[in-house]
Design a protein around this ligand. Structure first.
Ligand code: GRF
Length: 195
């Protein structure tokens, strides 16, 4: 049986992509490979990090293109690479209905809050503004809702009185890097290989 193939979508730094790639390499996500890293931004720092690790990268620029058309090209690229599971890792464009339908139940995202609390942008800032004692991160399936698809896994972190957006984000990110590989490993066990 062939290994399950993960496609990772990024727009920037790519630290969660690296966490997933390292977990695949170390066997913490067993029987899997990263088939491709796709960025919608040509200057995403994550692209270099993927290349350094020998992972194939693709830039499919979003600039000036309609969501549906852009997504169609990404889905075609993922299909061409026989991708079984799509992982969004700091991918900053909302997916079209068509994309979600093409990989229904096979798209994961990581979000830096305990959803349903603080969806959308600047989740860490929202947590500070609301004065919560703890926040965290969530891995969830992507559906047509914004950050409200079924939750796969969550981890909480404390919020300190002295926290800034930066310090809180860093504490959450450390947990993201552990949670995402664990969640992907669990989900992949349930994913049937197509061809
Ligand atoms: C992470 O905080 C993730 O939860 C959010 O975007 C950020 C991406 O960071 N969706 P990176 O590109 O994985 O370093």
């Amino acid at each position: 049986m062939r290994r399950k193939r993960i496609g990772i979508l990024i727009s920037g730094r790519g630290s969660n992509m690296v966490a997933l790639a390292e977990a695949v390499r170390d066997g913490r996500i067993p029987n899997a490979e990263v088939a491709v890293v796709v960025s919608d931004q040509p200057d995403a720092a994550g692209l270099g990090k993927a290349k350094e690790r020998g992972i194939q990268t693709l830039v499919i620029e979003r600039r000036g293109r309609k969501r549906e058309e852009h997504d169609r090209e990404i889905v075609a690229a993922l299909r061409a690479k026989n991708v079984d599971l799509v992982c969004l890792a700091g991918y900053l464009r909302v997916l079209s209905r068509e994309f979600i339908a093409a990989y229904r139940g096979l798209i994961l995202n990581i979000h830096p809050s305990l959803l349903p609390a603080f969806p959308g942008l600047n989740a860490q800032g929202q947590a500070l503004e609301n004065g919560v004692a703890s926040t965290g991160c969530t891995v969830h399936f992507v559906d047509e809702t914004l950050d409200a698809g079924p939750v796969v896994a969550q981890r909480s972190v404390p919020v300190h009185e002295t926290d800034t957006v930066e310090s809180l984000s860093a504490r959450i990110l450390t947990e993201e890097h552990k949670l995402y590989p664990e969640a992907v490993s669990g989900v992949l066990r349930q994913v049937a290989i197509k061809a």
